[in-house]
Write a protein that binds this ligand. Structure first.
Ligand code: C2E
Ligand code: CA
Ligand code: CA
Length: 682
C-alpha cells in the first residue's frame, strides 16, 4: 500500500522528466520572433556619418545599403537600423528571453576580413535620454560575414558593451554590463572603414530564436521537482509509518503503542474508565476452524465493539490489546453511562458472527477499572482492568467485573497467599492427610484420598479449597502436585510391607494443568520406579470441569497415565458438562459424584436422586465404579447404598486423617466395620 503510494508519484515524475526531455529535443518548446524579413515590414533606416555618401534600396526582399567613403581622415560610418521601439521610442523588445539571433546578412568592403558590427541598442532610464540617441547602450558583436555560408547564428551572450560607450557615459559597473532587456534599435554598422571605396551592407532577415525554457533551466526545474517530491514523499512515508506503527494490522484499531500515545493528551483531572474485553471463544474458534475464520471473527468482533461504543466515539479510544483482548479508554464519561454500556456489552450473552457457512458465536468477558491522571497510571489501569476481566472470565460471571475496593483486596489476598505457598514449599510446611473411602456394601476402607494440609502460621484457616486455585493461578500447582505425589509415594514406601498385607488405593488429586504438561507421564513413571510403587495402588483424580475443554493432547496424557497401570477418577462428577457419549473418550475408571448432589438427597428435591441414578447406570454401562463424596449422614448413606453407589466417602465415616490414624482404619477391618455399623445405627 505504502509502496504503491510511493511509486505512483515517482512514476509520474519520471514521466514528466521524459516528456520534458522529449519536448525539448523535438523543438516543441522552441520560440522564435522575426524582426525583419518575410512578412515582417519593420521600419528600417539608414545612416551616414562623415565623408560618406550612400544609397539605400530594397530589392528582392533585401535591404541594401551601399556607401562610398571619400576621405578616411574624418570620423565616418555607415549603417542601417531596425526600429524596434513602440511609438514612445523608449519601449523596446526584451531580447534577453531568446538565445540566439539569426541573421541573413552580407557585408562587402574594399579590404579583406572586414567585420560588420551588429549592435543591440538598449534603452534604460539610468543612462538613456531621448535627446541623446547615443546614450542608448551599445551591446555589440562584430564578425566577418564572408566566413559564413547561409544564415549567421549569433548567440546572444556573445554581445558585449562597447568600451567607448562605457567611457563616454561614465556609467557605474552595474550599468556597464550587457543589457538587452529593452532593445529599441538593432543596428548593422561598418566596423571601421580603413580605405576609401565602396562598402555594402545587405540584410535579408533577422530572427530571434529561443526556447520557452532553456535546457539548463528545464533540467534545473525538474531536478528541483524531484527533490521537492522526494522530500514530500519521505515526510509522507514517515508520517504513514508512524500511523501504521500505532495501528493493529488486522482490525485497524490502535495497538498498545497507539493507545498509549493517544491518551497522552488526556488531562490528569479527567476521570478515565478502562474496559478490558476478552473474546472468550476465540482460542477454540482458531483451533476448530483455523486462523482465517479466527481473524474474521476478530474483525467482526471489533466492529461489534465499535458499534456498541459509537455514541461515545469522540470520548473513547479503542485498541486491540493482544490476540483476543481489546481495551477501550473512555475519557470523562458519566458513571451511569459506563455502567449501562458495560452492562449492554455482556448482558446479551453471545454475539452471532456473520461468517457464511459457519455457525459462530462469541461472548465477551469484561473488566472495568477507573483512574485519574491516566498518563502516569496507564499501566496500573491496564493491570486493574485486566485482573477484573480475568476474574469475570474465570468465574464465568454473567455480567462485568469492576475493579473496586473489594476486588482489589481480593487480588491483594491472592498475591499474599501465593507468597505464603512459596514460603511453605520452601520451609517444608506442607503435609498430607488421608481420607478413607469405604466399600458401600462391605463397609471396609478400600482407598484413601490424599489431601494436602499446611502448618504454615500465615495460612491458618486457609484450606486447599482456597490455596489450590491460587497455586493454579500463580503457576505453582505443578510443584505442589509433584510434592504431593512424591510424599505419598514416600509414605507408601515406608509402609510397603504393611500395605502389601492390607492393600488399598491412594487417590491423589492432580490439577488440570497437568493435562497440558506432556512430561508429566514420564515424571510419574520415574517416581513410581524410584519408590517401587505398584501402579495399581495409585489412582489420580481430575475434576470433571477440567476435562470439558479437553483437546487430543490431554486425552493422550490420560492414556499415557493409564498405560502405566495407574487408575483415573473423574472428580466432582456432575458439575461439569461431559455428555454421556463424550465419556467414552476419557479413559477413566471411576466417577466421583459431587457432594452437591449428595447434599440434596435429604431435601424434597428428588432431582438429585434421579441424577445420581443416571450417573450410576451410566457408570455401570461403561464399567466404571462410583464414589459418592461428602456423605455426612446415615440417611444419605442409605439412599446412596440403595442407588447402587460402589463407594462412600464422607464425614459420616471419617474425616481426613494423619497417616497413623488413617492406618488404623485398615489395620483391623472387622473392628472398623463394626464401628461403621454402630455409626449408621445412630
Ligand atoms: P476434592 O478433591 O473434591 O476433595 C474433597 C474435599 O471435600 C476435601 O476438602 C475433603 O475434606 C472434603 N470432604 C470430604 N467429605 C466431606 C464431608 O462429608 N463433608 C464436608 N464438609 N467435606 C468433605 P479439602 O481437603 O479441603 O480439599 C478441597 C479441595 O482441594 C479438594 O477437593 C481438591 O480439589 C483440592 N485439593 C486438596 N488436596 C489437594 C492436593 O493434594 N492436590 C490438588 N491438586 N488438589 C487438592
Ligand atoms: Ca478429589
Ligand atoms: Ca470432589
Amino acid at each position: 500500500m505504502i509502496l504503491n503510494n510511493t511509486l505512483k508519484p515517482f512514476a509520474a515524475l519520471s514521466f514528466v522528466t521524459l516528456l520534458a526531455a522529449f519536448l525539448h529535443i523535438s523543438g516543441v518548446l522552441d520560440t522564435e520572433r522575426s524582426l525583419y524579413g518575410g512578412t515582417n515590414d519593420a521600419i528600417i533606416d539608414s545612416f551616414l556619418v562623415g565623408d560618406v555618401t550612400g544609397t539605400f534600396v530594397e530589392e528582392d526582399g533585401h535591404s541594401i545599403m551601399t556607401c562610398e567613403l571619400g576621405n578616411i581622415q574624418t570620423f565616418h560610418l555607415c549603417g542601417i537600423a531596425l526600429q524596434l521601439a513602440e511609438q514612445d521610442k523608449t519601449s523596446g523588445i526584451n531580447v534577453s528571453t531568446y538565445e540566439t539571433i539569426e541573421l541573413e546578412l552580407n557585408y562587402k568592403a574594399p579590404v579583406d576580413n572586414a567585420k560588420i558590427k551588429v549592435t543591440l541598442r538598449n534603452h534604460h532610464e539610468n543612462y538613456s535620454t531621448l535627446s541623446d540617441p547615443t546614450s542608448q547602450k551599445f551591446n555589440t558583436v562584430s564578425f566577418d560575414t564572408s566566413k559564413f555560408t547561409g544564415p549567421i547564428i549569433v548567440p546572444l551572450d556573445a554581445f558585449q558593451v562597447e568600451n567607448w560607450w562605457i567611457d563616454q557615459y561614465q556609467v557605474d559597473f552595474k550599468d556597464s554590463l550587457m543589457d538587452i532587456s529593452n532593445v529599441v534599435h538593432l543596428e548593422f554598422i561598418t566596423h571601421g572603414m580603413p580605405v576609401a571605396g565602396e562598402y555594402e551592407i545587405s540584410l535579408k532577415s533577422v530572427t530571434l530564436r529561443g526556447v520557452i525554457i532553456s535546457e539548463y533551466n528545464l533540467f534545473k526545474a525538474i531536478f528541483g521537482l524531484w527533490i521537492v517530491v522526494g522530500l514530500i514523499m519521505l515526510l509522507r512515508q514517515h508520517y504513514q509509518l508512524r500511523e501504521i506503527s500505532k495501528k493493529d494490522a488486522l482490525t485497524g484499531l490502535y495497538n498498545n503503542l497507539g493507545i498509549h500515545q493517544e491518551i497522552q493528551s488526556i488531562p490528569s483531572t479527567n476521570t478515565v474508565y478502562m474496559f478490558h474485553i476478552c473474546l472468550n471463544e476465540l482460542k477454540e474458534i482458531n483451533d476448530i476452524y483455523g486462523h482465517d475464520i479466527g481473524d474474521n471473527t476478530l474483525i467482526h468482533s471489533s466492529n461489534i465493539i465499535k458499534d456498541k461504543i459509537s455514541r461515545f466515539a469522540e470520548k473513547s479510544y479503542l485498541c486491540r490489546f493482544s490476540g483476543d483482548e481489546f481495551v477501550i479508554v473512555f475519557d470523562n464519561l458519566a458513571e451511569e453511562e459506563v455502567q449501562s454500556l458495560a452492562h449492554s456489552m455482556v448482558s446479551g450473552g453471545q454475539y452471532a458472527i456473520p461468517i457464511p457457512l459457519h455457525n459462530i458465536f462469541i461472548s465477551m468477558s469484561l473488566g472495568v477499572a477507573k483512574t485519574q491522571d491516566i498518563v502516569n497510571k496507564f499501566d496500573t489501569l491496564i493491570a486493574h482492568s485486566s485482573a477484573a476481566m480475568h476474574h469475570a472470565k474465570n468465574n464465568q460471571l454473567p455480567s462485568f467485573q469492576e475493579f473496586d475496593e473489594t476486588f482489589s483486596q481480593n487480588i491483594y489476598f491472592e498475591k499474599l497467599v501465593s507468597q505464603f505457598i512459596k514460603e511453605a514449599l520452601f520451609k517444608g510446611e506442607f503435609h498430607l492427610n488421608y481420607m478413607p473411602i469405604y466399600d458401600t456394601k462391605l463397609l471396609k476402607a478400600s482407598a484413601f484420598e490424599v489431601l494436602l494440609r499446611t502448618t504454615s502460621e500465615n495460612m491458618k484457616g486457609i484450606g486447599p479449597d482456597v490455596f489450590i486455585p491460587v497455586a493454579e493461578k500463580f503457576n505453582l500447582i505443578k510443584e505442589i502436585d509433584t510434592w504431593v505425589i512424591e510424599n505419598t509415594f514416600k509414605n507408601i514406601e515406608k509402609n510397603y510391607s504393611f500395605l502389601k498385607e492390607n492393600p488399598v488405593k491412594f487417590c491423589i488429586n492432580i490439577s488440570s494443568e497437568q493435562l497440558k504438561n506432556p512430561p508429566f507421564v514420564k515424571q510419574l513413571k520415574g517416581l513410581l520406579t524410584e519408590y517401587c510403587i505398584p501402579p495399581e495402588w495409585i489412582e489420580l483424580e481430575l475434576t470433571e470441569t477440567s476435562l470439558v475443554k479437553t483437546e487430543q493432547e490431554s486425552i493422550d496424557i490420560l492414556h499415557g497415565i493409564r498405560a502405566l497401570g495407574v487408575d483415573l477418577s473423574l472428580d466432582d462428577y456432575g458439575t461439569g458438562y461431559i455428555s454421556f457419549n463424550q465419556l467414552v473418550n476419557y479413559p477413566v475408571n471411576n466417577l466421583k459424584i459431587d457432594k452437591s448432589f449428595v447434599d440434596l438427597l435429604e431435601t424434597d428435591d428428588d432431582q438429585a436422586a434421579m441424577i445420581i441414578q443416571a450417573i450410576q447406570s451410566l457408570a455401570t454401562s461403561y464399567k466404571l465404579t462410583t464414589v459418592a463424596e461428602g456423605v455426612e449422614t446415615p440417611k444419605q448413606y442409605d439412599y446412596l447404598s440403595k442407588l447402587g453407589c460402589d463407594f462412600i466417602q464422607g464425614y459420616v465415616f471419617s474425616k481426613p486423617l494423619p497417616w497413623p490414624l488413617a492406618k488404623e482404619r485398615i489395620i483391623s477391618p472387622a473392628t472398623e466395620t463394626e464401628r461403621l455399623k454402630n455409626r449408621l445405627a445412630q
